[in-house]
Design a binder for this molecule. Structure first.
Ligand code: FDA
Length: 586
């Protein structure tokens, strides 16, 4: 007899995508099981930049403080240096991740949360712990082997690697969050565009005290331009802070045509000392691993009752720091939909909107990250390094930027322009916060007849708040004499929220009635003096995009599902129609 364990959602993988899916589902009261191949979570620091959108999600789930406690804070993240070695010459700096005073205003205006830096070795245990405390059955050393699905559910074959026994888990839905080499994605035959292994990189983790070299220009990234830095890799040599200022990770490229190199401890020490620029540096190597750069995204993320999230559907270099962030955000999009279907609040059509909404994001971030890695080329060209025959000529070309000649001046101007391009990697606020679910593509967003507002600034660099259906809810501070809340704090993950103003009060009664009619939580919040919360700084009035008697319907994942510019004759009927459409109830 074979043992069959039952659950509602089985999640394969405990990385950012899987562990957050488990956390979201448990928070929503959905029975779920998370299996993961190894005996513990990530064993190398991996992803670290955690953007505002992800921090808002953690805030929503009540774990933002826990994450911040383990993170390097925003003010230490961004004095990003480009140099010939950390102890060598600086080519230039750029203030990154919104730490430039002008950009800091953009970031602070846009969100209640700032970016932070938390290596995956710290983030994953927090996610796994919160998920497990809230109800997830977590099974380490458990490997996904394969599955079959029928009309009611999925049978998943798993191997307990500790005891060597195989058993079956029966689930209503399966989430493959099993990373870039996803077996689940392969088993459902997800279609991909792009290529894997287009360049070779090695990660070297090490301990060394670099506070003297970094403390006065704190950053999580130090980019090293030196001979060999343009071979493979992610655009240039990278020395990345893991813990300030004594734990580090180097990303250094290798020529993928030559095959994977053998990297001994002595090689690793030599690379570390070269990039740091100190031949005597006291260094302890803690790990070396090789990986391939990918430029590949899935164009469909699901098949029947099986969904894939995270690196399984978007594979790209760490440039822009989007990997872990997008993985968490995928699951945030998917989990409330699965919960709504399992809890009888939505029809199965809601699940199809996962691909409709997230596949375009997958494509966008894969292209952005790879473009950013390639755009380092502009800096090599500006410095004349791309055509240098050897290391000696490279050094000479680097010197030329100091020349008191027209050529020297031209070179300095070219370097400035190439550095400015890096804002698309390090200050891409629009990419981070501007994800948009097009009502023409997704039935979980209902358009209001207007077309999306055209951006007034570069949409990759700048986020522009609006309540156009499909965008993320804009943040504004609201509250009263005792409390200061973000508009995001008003909208729980367990239901819909309807925001309106004082003359829009009839919407509130309508929301209660629509909620009762559909059996779906819809929480109205009237914003105004003497009401639930006050528009503390009058920002919401500017941002809400509708008249005071209009209404903005916020989905559980804080995207605008629909809005009404004015009060309508029968707001209850309108709301029931819109929610039915979003939830596939018709
Ligand atoms: P992730 O790969 O994190 O997790 C996959 C999970 O699935 C793991 O828990 C694994 O054990 C499990 N699994 C796989 N197969 C399984 C099976 N058959 N059965 C059961 N479980 C299975 N990004 C970045 O921004 N900056 C960086 O510096 C780096 N560096 C880096 C280094 C290395 C070595 C890697 C591998 C990756 C990075 N990344 C990175 C990428 C970043 O780690 C990545 O984007 C996220 O971890 C993606 O999260 P996922 O949850 O999708 O997959």
């Amino acid at each position: 007899t074979t043992t069959v364990i039952e659950t509602d959602v089985l999640i394969v993988g405990s990385g950012p995508a899987g562990a957050s899916a488990a956390l979201f589902l448990s928070t929503l009261g959905v029975r779920n099981t998370m299996i993961t191949k190894y005996r513990w979570t990530a064993n190398t620091p991996r992803a670290h930049i955690t953007n505002q959108r992800t921090m808002e999600i953690f805030r929503d789930l009540g774990i933002e403080d826990r994450v911040l406690a383990d993170a390097t804070p925003h003010h230490l993240m961004g004095d990003t240096v480009f140099c010939t070695a950390i102890a060598g010459e600086e080519i230039g700096r750029i203030l990154t991740w919104g730490t430039h005073p002008a950009r800091r205003a953009d970031y602070e205006l846009a969100s209640p949360s700032l970016p932070c830096d938390i290596p995956q070795t710290y983030l994953e245990p927090t996610l796994v712990r919160a998920a497990t405390v809230r109800g997830t059955q977590t099974r380490f050393s458990t490997e996904y082997l394969g599955h079959t699905q029928d009309d009611e559910g999925v049978n998943v074959r798993v191997l307990d690697r500790f005891s060597g026994t195989e058993y079956t888990i029966r689930a209503r839905y399966l989430i493959g969050a099993d990373g870039a080499r996803s077996q689940v994605a392969a088993d459902i035959g997800l279609p991909y565009e792009g290529r894997m292994d287009i360049a070779g990189s090695m990660n070297i983790t090490f301990k060394a005290d670099l506070s003297q070299l970094c403390g006065h220009r704190p950053s999580v990234l130090y980019w090293v331009i030196r001979p060999g830095a343009d071979v493979g890799g992610i655009g240039a040599g990278l020395v990345r802070m893991v813990r300030p200022w004594n734990e580090w990770l180097i990303v250094w490229g290798y020529d993928i045509e030559q095959g994977p190199p053998e990297v001994t401890d002595e090689d690793a020490v030599r690379i570390v000392r070269e990039l740091v620029g100190d031949p005597e540096l006291d260094v302890e190597i803690t790990g070396v691993s090789l990986w391939g750069n990918n430029e590949q995204y899935a164009t469909n993320l699901q098949h029947g009752r099986v969904f894939c999230a995270g690196d399984a559907v978007h594979k790209h270099p760490p440039s822009n720091g989007l990997g872990s962030n997008t993985s968490v955000q995928d699951s945030y999009n998917l989990a409330w939909k699965i919960a709504a279907v399992l809890q009888g609040r939505a029809g199965p059509g809601l699940l199809d909107t996962y691909t409709a909404e997230r596949a375009p994001v997958a494509r966008q971030i894969v292209v952005r990250a790879n473009t950013s890695a390639r755009e380092f080329g502009a800096l090599f060209t500006a410095l004349g390094l791309d055509t240098a025959a050897d290391a000696e000529q490279m050094r000479a070309r680097l010197e030329e930027r100091k020349d008191d000649t027209p050529e020297g001046a031209a070179k300095r101007a070219a370097v400035r322009a190439a550095m400015a391009l890096k804002n698309y990697e390090f200050n891409a606020h629009g990419v981070e916060l501007g994800q948009y679910y097009d009502p023409a593509v997704s039935s979980a967003v209902v358009g209001d007849g207007t077309s999306r507002r055209a951006p007034t600034r570069d949409p990759e660099l700048y986020y522009e708040p609006s309540t156009d259906p499909g965008v993320r809810l804009p943040h504004a501070w609201v509250g009263d004499g005792m409390r200061k809340l973000s508009t995001h704090d008003l909208a729980g993950y367990d239901g819909f929220t309807l925001l309106t103003g004082v003359t829009g009060e009839p919407w509130a009664a309508a929301a209660h009635k629509a909620a009762e009619a559909l059996g779906v939580p819809v929480e109205p919040v009237v914003i105004g003096p003497g009401r639930a919360v006050t528009d503390l700084y009058f920002d919401w009035a500017e941002l809400c995009g509708v008249a005071e008697d209009g209404a903005v319907l916020v989905r559980p994942d804080k995207h605008v599902g629909w809005r009404s510019h004015r009060l309508v004759d029968d707001p209850e009927r309108e709301l029931v129609a819109v929610l039915s459409r979003i939830l596939d109830r018709t």
